[in-house]
Design a protein around this ligand. Structure first.
Ligand SMILES: C[C@](O)(CO)[C@H](O)COP(=O)(O)OP(=O)(O)OC[C@H]1O[C@@H](n2ccc(N)nc2=O)[C@H](O)[C@@H]1O
Ligand SMILES: Nc1ncnc2c1ncn2[C@@H]1O[C@H](COP(=O)(O)OP(=O)(O)OP(=O)(O)O)[C@@H](O)[C@H]1O
Length: 295
């Protein structure tokens, strides 16, 4: 049996560079893992793939990304083994935090170990790209520049430790809908990604916090005013704030845990949202032995 922590991600910067002929958008992003995580438990069983989840509204059939990750490994490598996958969900669903992608990445990494497949991180990331654009990042974790449709990654210097308040209003946002409705003309500000990378290189928290920028806010905010409301409250409380991915979750960065806890308490009083306090995490995965826990 294996237990794996599947971490959520936030996008510190997200730019859309154009639309591709395959329907996806060319993006450039800076992605960061945070400590909020689902726990994925893998147990070898005879037969097929079975998925259970703590969250009743999650599909447990082949629509579940964790199921699809296991099926992809079985089909690609012609493996005739079964696995029971249990998802203890903590990452809110359809939130812009890559919850499903992270579960899928955890299954790829976990089954690589449980089924002794010997796949490299690179091979796992390539397989992950078949499941979704965010999956390769979730396989590697840490702080990364992502480009292409988001599946191509370049490691960046780790973000200095920061505390992250996450607030998800009670709406689910479809990533496909957000990209479909993206109009460059509606974008007021685009991220300065080279400058943010320079700040990461110097370990300058302020340089990173002052450059948070996500062009997809131009689609999600007009449709879901709660996002703007939460962003404003976070800034009023002293956090550098931004919508993560396609939303609707807004994150606020602060350097101090006590301040993060205070902001979370204030937000819970003022807005209808699921609120969490997390922190940035450096590279997750097998290398540091942190993510895979064998029983
Ligand atoms: C918004 C982000 O979460 C930021 O990290 C990602 O760009 C989205 O990653 P994801 O949820 O893994 O997305 P996918 O499952 O690959 O794609 C979902 C849908 O979003 C759209 N999509 C996604 C990624 C991309 N670069 N361009 C797109 O247009 C496509 O319509 C696609 O059908
Ligand atoms: N294991 C899973 N956990 C969460 N959602 C899943 C999972 N498998 C499939 N899904 C489906 O995927 C959709 C998006 O869920 P998810 O939580 O991954 O969104 P997200 O955080 O917006 O992802 P991203 O940031 O990668 O766009 C939901 O409609 C959900 O039903």
């Amino acid at each position: 049996m294996l237990k794996i922590e599947a971490h959520a991600k936030i996008n510190l910067a997200l730019d859309v560079l154009g639309k591709r002929s395959d329907g996806y958008h060319q993006v450039e992003m800076i992605m960061q893992s945070v400590s909020l995580a689902d726990t994925v438990t893998l147990t070898e069983v005879p037969g097929d793939i079975k998925v259970t989840a703590s969250e009743a509204r999650l599909p447990c059939n082949s629509d579940n990304l964790a199921y699809r990750a296991a099926a992809l490994l079985r089909d690609t490598l012609h493996i005739d083994k079964g696995v029971a996958i249990h998802l203890e969900k903590r990452i809110p669903i359809a939130a812009g935090l890559a919850g499903g992608s992270s579960d899928a990445a955890a299954v790829l990494k976990g089954l690589n170990q449980l089924w002794q497949l010997g796949l490299s991180m690179d091979e796992l990331m390539r397989l992950g790209a078949k499941l979704g654009s965010d999956v390769p990042f979730c396989v590697s974790g840490g702080t990364m520049r992502a480009y292409g449709r988001g599946e191509l990654l370049e490691p960046l210097p780790a973000m200095p430790k920061a505390f992250v308040v996450l607030a998800k209003p009670f709406v689910g946002v479809s990533t496909a809908w957000v990209y479909r409705n993206y109009r460059p003309a509606q974008v007021k500000q685009r991220p300065d990604i080279p400058a943010m990378i320079a700040s990461l290189g110097k370990g300058e928290y302020d340089g990173i916090a002052s450059r948070l920028c996500n062009v997809l806010e131009s689609v999600t905010i007009p449709a879901y005013p709660a996002v703007a409301q939460i962003k404003k409250l976070m800034s009023d409380y002293g956090a550098a704030s931004l919508m993560s991915g396609s939303g609707p979750t807004v994150f606020g960065l602060v350097a101090d845990r006590v301040q993060a806890e205070k902001i979370a308490v204030q937000l819970k009083q003022e807005v209808k949202a699921q609120v969490y306090v997390a922190e940035t995490v450096t590279k997750v995965g097998e290398e540091d032995g942190e993510a895979l826990i064998a029983d």
